[in-house]
Write a protein that binds this ligand. Structure first.
Ligand code: 8X3
Length: 247
């Protein structure tokens, strides 16, 4: 029998890269995908049996071509995503909203559709969708990201209903505040001061490794155990609004 295979999107950095490391440590053959080939190729060299495939999840034809290269898929980690802008509804840029919908929702759709036959054929498949606490609630300036992540949440809930009775489970992990190298920097278009302010005074935001640990736990439960939805936040964050900051 060949080794169980996990495909990870957005594996070039942050939660995706940490998840690749974690699942490789759990014995999975990991297939790393992201737009930035150099980063996933470097990471693949560190992980036994890993391979890298440059991929933009919003490019449906590229996703289908990628799927055709896989002989086995047991786990799909839909991690690619992100926030662009933090503007109020009144002034938000529709281009940001389109970008966020494309990657956070349609990217998940493309990957899931393309890999579902192989996941089903595995006899014990897992589709994991990395959403966000913004998938379940919103906050000022969060509308475009929240709309996209609410969309990802709807995909997870609907897919779980539609696959009931088939050997594929659907897991949604919804992290709150996670400090990664790129999330806030991307959201604020490279403005380091604004990105740092997100985490100012917060003793211990979650790390990419904390979330990868949660993903690794959920994915390695016995096949009949479906972790439907798991919300994970730092202790200092009690809700999207309530964050303890030390002076
Ligand atoms: C990240 C959580 O609070 O930035 O998905 O929306 S938040």
């Amino acid at each position: 029998m060949s080794t169980r295979t996990a495909v990870i999107t957005g594996a070039s950095s942050g939660i995706g890269a940490a998840t690749a490391r974690r699942l490789a440590a759990e014995g999975y053959r990991v297939v790393l995908t992201a737009r930035r080939a150099d980063l996933i190729e470097a990471l693949a060299k560190e992980l036994p049996g890993a391979r890298a495939h440059a991929l933009d999840v919003t490019d449906r034809a590229a996703v289908e071509a990628f799927a055709a290269t896989l002989d086995r898929v047991d786990v799909l980690i839909n991690n690619a995503g992100g926030a662009h802008g933090a503007d109020p509804v009144a002034t938000a840029d529709p281009a940001d909203w389109r970008t966020m919908y494309e990657v956070n929702v349609l990217g998940v759709l493309h990957m899931t559709q393309a890999l579902l036959p192989a996941l089903t054929a595995s006899g014990d498949g897992t589709v994991l969708i990395l959403s966000s606490t913004a998938a379940l609630g919103t906050y000022e300036g969060g509308s475009g990201y929240a709309a996209a992540k609410h969309g990802a949440h709807a995909v997870a809930e609907t897919l779980r209903l539609e696959l009931c009775g088939q050997p594929v489970r659907v897991i949604e992990i919804a992290p709150g505040m996670v400090r990664t190298d790129e999330f806030a920097l991307t959201r604020f278009r490279g403005d380091r001061a604004k990105a740092d302010a997100v985490y100012a005074g917060v003793a211990e935001p979650l790390t990419a490794e904390d979330v990868a640990d949660t993903i690794g736990w959920a994915v390695t439960r016995p096949p009949h155990v479906n972790v439907d939805l798991l919300v994970v936040r730092p202790r200092a964050q009690a809700s999207n609004y309530k964050v303890h900051r030390e002076a």
